[in-house]
Design a protein around this ligand. Structure first.
Ligand code: TGC
Ligand code: FAD
Length: 367
């Protein structure tokens, strides 16, 4: 039911317009309430107006959204798995009641500020600080590459304190907070990406997420969003595979459809093998997550594999479309360019290789 509902929404609402959004570098804000009405925001969280769906159901929704565009899945990921999850996991009762129901409805949009201009793969080095001023907090610093930043009503910002890294709920109208968009992206164009500036940004004591302490606070949120990408990337890959298959059946060269040539069939079969393996991996991980057995290194294993293979499938599909493959008339190059961001955000492929490397050898090779 989840698959059919989200697939129909993507078919009717996203696919007719997404090439235009990509070209213009925008994503309509109305998608927030629409996705909220479908129960897709904070979908796998319990209570506070969230759907309380299983991890597998949430994954299937991510797959269908990203079959439309990675930017649409990103929107839902950042809202549900990063901003809402941070409040749900690390917030107190008052914070949850204040923010989560309206975020689940998509009336309030959230973003998640971890990355900084000089600290991407290594967030432990972040320079953003939060210091006490009486019972208030004062935040100073810059966050970079923040999805939904300038359209967000609330930012979850991670900062160094005298007591380690802590998380803060920053409303967009907080004095000293500003957001500006990053332009000229050639990837994930149907998604807003921003810089957040916190300049003497004063927040009341109750803005701090009381239960998060240290880097495990933001990293626990990343596990959730990375899990969504494991499924989502296969949605983008499926769209590329299906487009290439249909094109190959109808495109005639040397008096035959190109699908009739062995080299084309080899490409399609290789794509299908990796697509089905990636989907089975996602399902296996989702069932482990529902049984509370999924480990962070397993999420890294799956994110590394599925995004890498999705990108390879998109590139192979692009070759089958020939010159048509380089235009926005077909979804393939849009997915291919998007997947370059997906390979980098939520931990680069190199970081996930190092996380899995540490797991199997017992030796950390990050530094
Ligand atoms: P390390 O010493 O290994 O760990 C520090 C503390 O964190 C704990 N921990 C985790 N906890 C929960 N989940 C995980 N996956 C965890 N990994 C580690 C760890 O146990 C420890 O806890 P404690 O209590 O002992 O303090 O930390 P490290 O500094 O060596 O870093 C490890 C490393 C490199 C793996 C980590 O920094 C990392 O994952 N880097 C990649 C950064 C990243 O993924 N950034 C993503 C930013 S958000 C984003 O991209 C959103 S895109 C959104 C969209 O549009 O979809
Ligand atoms: P760097 O960390 O500088 O890495 C550059 C290269 O060096 C990479 O190949 C990396 O793997 C490699 N490298 C780094 N360290 C090592 C090492 N120890 N060993 C081997 N290789 C290494 N962040 C947020 O906080 N919130 C968001 O909402 C968000 N949205 C994003 C949206 C988009 C479109 C993009 C592109 C990024 C987004 N990010 C977000 C940021 C993203 O998480 C970072 O870009 C990512 O973590 C990598 O950081 P970096 O770009 O600074 O690259």
């Amino acid at each position: 039911m989840v698959r059919d509902t989200v697939r129909a929404y993507v078919r009717d609402r996203v696919l007719p317009e997404v090439a235009q959004w990509f070209e213009e570098g925008m994503l309509p804000r109305e998608l927030g309430p629409e996705l909220g009405r479908l129960g897709l925001l904070g979908m796998h969280l319990q209570g506070y107006g969230c759907s309380g769906a299983s991890a597998v159901a949430y994954g299937i929704a991510c797959q269908e959204l990203e079959a439309g565009d990675s930017g649409v899945r990103s929107f839902a990921s950042v809202q549900g798995s990063l901003a809402m999850y941070a409040i749900h996991r690390w917030g107190d009762e008052g914070q949850k009641r204040t923010w989560l129901p309206a975020m689940a409805r998509g009336e309030l949009i959230g973003c998640f500020g971890l990355t900084e201009p000089d600290f991407g793969s290594n967030p432990a080095g972040m320079r953003t600080t939060a210091r006490r001023a009486g019972s208030d907090w004062i935040l100073d610093g810059t966050k970079m590459w923040i999805t939904n930043g300038s359209i967000a009503d609330v930012a979850i910002v991670w900062a160094q304190t005298g007591d380690g890294i802590r998380g803060f709920i920053v409303p967009r109208d907080a004095k000293g907070f500003s957001a500006s968009d990053i332009h000229r992206k050639l990837s994930l164009r149907a998604s807003i990406t921003s810089e957040l500036v916190l300049a003497d940004c004063r927040l009341p004591a109750e803005s701090q997420l009381p239960l998060a302490q240290g880097l495990s606070g933001p990293l626990a949120c990343l596990n959730e969003a990375r899990y969504g990408i494991v499924w989502g990337s296969m949605g983008a890959a499926r769209s590329c595979y299906e487009t290439a298959l249909e094109y190959a059946k109808t495109r005639v060269q040397f008096n035959k459809p190109i699908a009739a040539y062995q080299l084309t069939q080899q490409k399609l079969v290789n794509m299908l093998l990796e697509l089905n393996k990636g989907m089975l991996l996602a399902l296996h991980l989702g069932r482990a997550k529902d049984a509370r057995r999924a480990q962070p290194a397993q999420v890294s294993f799956a994110k590394l594999n599925n995004v890498r293979e999705a990108l390879a499938i998109a590139r192979e599909a692009r070759t089958i479309l020939g010159a048509n493959g380089v235009t926005l008339e077909y979804p393939v190059i849009r997915h291919m360019n998007n997947l370059e961001s997906v390979l980098t955000y939520e931990g680069t492929s190199e970081m996930h290789a190092l996380i899995v490397g540490k797991e199997i050898t017992g030796r950390a090779a990050f530094e």
